[in-house]
Structure formats: structure tokens, C-alpha cells
Design a protein around this ligand. Sequence first.
Ligand code: SF4
Ligand code: SF4
Length: 186
Amino acid sequence: MISVKKVNNRPLNLLERIYLWEIGRGILVTMRHFFKNLVNPRGLVTVRYPEETLPLTGNASQRTRHRLKVRADGSPKCVACFMCQTACPATCIRIEAAEYPDNSVEKYPAVFDIDLSRCVMCGMCVEACPEDAIAMDTEEIPGGASSRAELMMTKEALLRNLPGEPSPKGAANRLANEYLRARGEE
Ligand code: SF4
Ligand code: SF4
């Protein structure tokens, strides 16, 4: 049984029908907030992102910047299967696959770029990955860059992002690169 609540709209009184009065009331509210915030700017509810950020909730389901996971020997868990690239609705993942010489692992990503300027943080790439090789748990919120290039996450940057670690630009993942160098892949 669906209950229906009937709402009787109150008819407008004379002052409300003269819209100038209501416009004046609106301006007064705006001016009140303007002067209040002028006197006490710290009372503003607006967070001046990216200079200021709110603390993350710590909720396990929150999605933050991506990282690529590595195995115990430092090699990327990613097998360059393209599932994440295919699932990504923003088409912001670019993978180029390469093969290990000894075929111990089928493939690895020679290139794995995520363009964070296009990413909508939907988490589909994490859901699609059959190897649990990509995660969004770095507790870093991307944004606040002065150029699009700064938001391009390369494989090296993605491999370096262990949770809670700072992520200086340009630094390569030591373990993963050492592993690939030892195999003559990089
Ligand atoms: S979070 Fe969504 S939009 Fe961003 S890379 Fe993953 S699948 Fe693409
Ligand atoms: S779905 Fe996982 S294993 Fe496949 S390419 Fe993406 S990160 Fe690598």
C-alpha cells in the first residue's frame, strides 16, 4: 500500500508577490555572510584546496591515488593483461606489454601510464585486475597540479607508491628496476 502525502502549497502573500521584497531579503542574507566571513575568515567552511586538505576518514573503501604492487623479489605483480585498461571508463590507462626472456612470468608492463587528469577515481581498474596488482590505497588525493604532465603517473611512479610513503617526482622504484635490470629488461 503506497501512502501519498498531499502537500498544500501556501498561497503567496502580498509582500511575496512583490518580488522586490524577497530579492532584498536575499541580498541581506548574502551581505550578512559576506561581512561575517570578512571579520572571521577562518570561520569559512570552504577548504582552500590544494593548499589545505581535509584529513581522510580512514575508511577502507576510500579510493586514493593508484599504486602498482610488487612481488617479494620486487618484480611488478602486473602481467600486462590489459583488463584494467579495457575496464577504465575514462580511457586514461596506457599499457605496453613486454615478455620476460625466461618466460617464468608471461608478460610485464614495459609502459604503464595513468593520466590522473582524466581519471574519475571510479576504482574499476582495481576491480578488474585478476592479479591484485593495482590498488588505490596510497592515501594521496591527486590534484592541484600546475600542468597536465604532473598528473601523468608512469610505471616507475606507480610502483614506488607504497601506502604512506612520500612520492617524490622522478624517483624510480628501486626494487622493481633492479629486478628488471638484473633480467636485462631495463
Ligand atoms: S580509477 Fe577508474 S578512471 Fe581512474 S584509472 Fe581506474 S578505471 Fe580508470
Ligand atoms: S588488470 Fe592488473 S594485471 Fe592486468 S594489466 Fe591491469 S594491473 Fe596489470
